[in-house]
Design a protein around this ligand. Structure first.
Ligand code: GLU
Length: 318
């Protein structure tokens, strides 16, 4: 009888233990990598060859902005108006710049608000915009195929990119820095020579670090880099301070270190051959600068980067 009771207790104990708790894997163990992660050993051709030289940030002067709802007949804007919505390529992975609000499911952020202002100028309604999520590497192909009217996605204006697409005037001045785990001892780009660094493929960030670090790992999205940093698969992430501020806000165990070591002048990407749309977007950006909209959007999203600076000064080549 006693033996039976003991057996019952043991059985009960075994049942209540339930399935074995999943093991806590030491960080040094090999963790799965994000899809399409690869190790880049040399600078991409655009960074290895001397880049074409041009006055990259000088755009086309805007004329007077047509009133919303009255786009000039035959213009690119009239075609967008006829369709009933602007199609804008944006990010959904960069908190603060272009990200998905997980409460509402909406795409939000600084770049997203800039895209909404363009829609508002065409339609008088900032909601008449369809967002297409694009990775860094997809920006130029999406513009070239006409899948999007504009790209507003932390896109640096470069002479290399100007061979394939056009750009508005500069609407934001960013610069590349470094994000690390707080206890890393890394103080900036100069401490990365023997380190493993994560970047997004198709970004200028990749070419800016590949020759200054031991190993460069490239992934589709910056949030893939954050997971790799958290899992100890890389020592640092290096990209624009805007994107890093968003990643740091999502993980208090990380910090942005060192000063800016590049200039990343953001422009709205426009397909080649649509001068009228470039001038129109520049008119919208001018208006946003002068009527306080730019400052309002900055304060809405980017105060983690400090108080609102004066917006970039427009430069034109004609
Ligand atoms: N501004 C850089 C670029 O245009 C990095 C931005 C990004 O990868 O989203 O490539």
């Amino acid at each position: 009888m006693r033996r039976l009771a003991l057996a019952a207790v043991m059985l009960l104990g075994a049942c209540s233990a339930g399935p074995a708790p999943s093991e806590v894997v030491p960080r040094s163990a090999v963790a799965p990598q994000p899809a399409n992660a690869s190790t880049v050993s040399a600078a991409p051709s655009s960074a290895a060859n001397p880049p074409p030289s041009c006055d990259a940030t000088a755009s086309l002067r805007p004329g007077p902005l047509p009133a919303a709802g009255q786009m000039p007949p035959g213009s690119t804007m009239a075609k967008i108006a006829q369709r009933g919505r602007l199609i804008a390529g944006v990010d959904q992975n960069s908190y603060l710049m272009g990200f998905r609000n997980s409460f509402s499911g909406e795409i939000e952020g600084f770049d997203v608000d800039v895209a909404r202002q363009i829609a508002k100028a065409v339609f008088g309604d900032e909601k008449k915009v369809q967002f297409k999520v694009v990775t860094a590497a997809e920006r130029i192909p999406m513009l070239q195929s006409g899948a999007v009217d504009v790209v507003v996605r932390t896109m640096t204006i470069t002479c290399d990119r100007l061979k394939d697409v056009d750009f508005s005037q500069v609407y934001y001045q960013a610069g590349q820095r470094v994000l690390v785990r707080r206890n890393s001892g890394i103080t900036g780009v100069e401490s990365l020579a023997d380190k493993r660094v994560c970047v997004a493929s198709g970004s200028t960030s990749l070419g800016n670090v590949v020759n200054r670090v031991k190993t460069t790992v490239s992934v589709p999205n910056w949030t893939d880099c954050l997971v790799m940093l958290q899992q100890g698969q890389t020592d640092a992430i290096s990209t624009d301070d805007t994107i890093l501020a968003g990643l740091a806000a999502q993980d208090p165990y990380t910090e942005v270190v060192g000063s800016r070591f590049t200039d990343e002048s953001y422009g709205v990407g426009v397909p080649k051959g649509q001068e009228d749309l470039v001038r129109f977007v520049n008119g919208v950006l001018e208006r946003m600068r002068t009527d306080g909209t730019w400052g309002g959007i900055y304060r809405r999203w980017l105060t983690p980067l400090g108080p609102a600076p004066t917006p970039p000064v427009a430069r034109y080549r004609d």
